[in-house]
Ligand binder design. Structure first.
Ligand code: PFF
Length: 463
């Protein structure tokens, strides 16, 4: 039966804490430990972080709250939601685009998650134990060689990608409480402890000062329109917004959840974790003479070095990559939930079949395109290979367009009373002023910023 039937009992998370951890589990992922540090690295450090924070406050959080509104109010998937809210069927485009975007992101995300799984395995096997005996420069060369071998292999990256998809499929199949909630509630706190340990260790290295300076330096000359666009893309990617993920999770939120507060808590905790990752990575970069702008290998070329010279370093290294795997898995789970909810609720497909179909599509297209050694791996379009193309199109185009449509829909096409009622839990929460401010930003700031940044990036407006 379709969930438009009010008698159908839909699963929800069991508490506010579960909502927080699940949502944070979606936000925290490879974005924090892999993408954030390398984008900070190539875009000039602290000034980029500042632009990013502005994007989170003025665009990220308003869109997240809007998605929460749509999801919990409709309590169904991102396509059917608009029927349930009695909106014109035009708005279903948000849901269709969301499904497409989640597939695009999963294609490259599952591949990087596979590298992280592989590194966990390698650390457990002891592949990095001899780093401790190498001089600093050679240690740096050793890890970057390891990375090239890991990524450019023929079968191994595909196999690890397959394992990632299998694990995510099992979590989604287990359900909201027994799958998503259980996994995120158990593992997110452990991730936090480990990343703090890792940052502390890095901050006691010789290059700590330079690393911190880099992270907090304010070189505004590095801020060009395309850098602003990538900060905006990062905000979307980080907060998992603009593609129906948050909408889908919010459809499982408890009725008494304070959603604006959840969004603020998640955005703050997520940014905190990204900063910790930066503090763990950049001191290493400077201590070992690596290139801060070295791109997407940054994580894999630094973390093995962090732990290389301390007692039990290898155990900690394995633990770190294990937890990075967890972060990648919980984030990926939230993307996977989008097509599965559409297939099961809108097309009445059995859950098992929906999970297999989603996983199958990612594996099939992924194997053909995302790895450098795959059949179409070396083809470039607009000088981007498929890996970068999926990343660029989803983060910098699809997610912001999805976000713009969501902001316009909730800002202009939802009755003010409905919005305020839902967000204040039918008046139980006393937050009228904040909600007014939120609606003002959502109507007049968020869409305008998105449109300006867009027009600029397609060359129709010169900033
Ligand atoms: N927020 C995740 C990260 O930073 O790694 C990535 C992500 C998850 C993007 C879910 C989009 C999404 F729907």
């Amino acid at each position: 039966m379709s969930n438009l039937n009010p008698n159908t009992k839909r699963e929800t998370f069991s508490s506010g804490l579960a909502v927080f951890f699940a949502t944070l589990g979606s936000a925290v992922g490879l974005g924090n430990i892999w993408k954030f540090p390398y984008l900070v690295g190539i875009n000039g450090g602290g000034a980029f972080i500042l632009v990013y924070l502005i994007c989170v406050a003025l665009v990220g959080m308003p869109v997240a709250i809007s998605e929460f509104y749509i999801g919990r109010r409709a309590r169904t998937n991102p396509i059917q939601a608009f029927e349930k809210l009695k909106a014109s069927s035009f708005w279903k485009i948000i849901g269709y685009l969301g499904v497409l975007t989640s597939l695009f992101v999963m294609l490259f995300y599952s591949s990087v998650a596979g590298w992280v799984y592989l590194y966990t395995f390698k650390a457990i096997k002891g592949d990095f134990t001899n780093i401790a005996s190498l001089p600093i420069k050679e240690a740096g060369i050793f890890v970057s060689n390891e990375f090239n071998i890991a990524v450019n292999g023929t079968l191994s990256p595909m196999l690890w990608q397959l394992i990632v998809i299998a694990i995510v499929s099992i979590i989604i199949f287990a359900g909201v409480k027994k799958g998503i909630e259980k996994v995120t509630k158990t593992l997110m706190p452990v991730l936090l402890v480990l990343i703090i340990l890792c940052a502390i260790r890095a901050l006691t290295l010789e290059g700590a000062k330079e690393g911190i300076n880099f992270l907090f330096s304010m070189d505004f000359s590095a801020i060009t329109p395309s850098v602003i666009l990538s900060a905006l893309g990062l905000a979307f990617f980080k907060l998992s917004i603009g593609m129906g993920t948050m909408m889908t999770y919010a459809s499982y939120f408890t009725d008494d959840n304070n959603m604006p507060v959840t969004s603020a808590r998640v955005a703050l905790s997520d940014t905190g974790i990204s900063m910790l990752a930066g503090l763990a990575i950049f001191p290493v970069v400077f201590t070992f003479g690596l290139e801060p702008g070295s791109g997407r290998g940054l994580l894999f070329n630094t973390i093995p070095l962090v732990f290389s010279k301390i007692p039990f370093g290898n155990v900690l290294l394995a633990a770190f990559f294990f937890l990075a795997s967890i972060a990648a898995t919980t984030a990926m789970t939230s993307m996977f939930a989008v097509p599965v909810s559409v297939l099961t609720e809108s097309l009445n497909m059995k859950k098992g079949k929906a999970v297999l179909l989603t996983g199958g599509v990612i594996i099939f297209i992924g194997i053909l395109t995302v790895h450098p050694s795959s059949l179409l791996g070396n083809i470039t379009i607009l000088s981007l290979n498929f890996f970068d193309l999926f990343d660029y199109i989803s983060s910098n185009i699809f997610m912001p367009i999805g976000g713009l449509l969501i902001a316009i829909f909730v800002g202009y096409f939802v009755a003010k009373d409905d919005l305020i009622n839902e967000l204040s839990n039918q008046g139980k929460l006393n937050m009228a002023i904040y909600l007014k401010l939120f609606r003002l930003i959502l109507r007049y700031v968020t869409p305008i910023l998105l449109i300006i940044i867009f027009l600029n990036s397609v060359g129709l407006l010169k900033l």
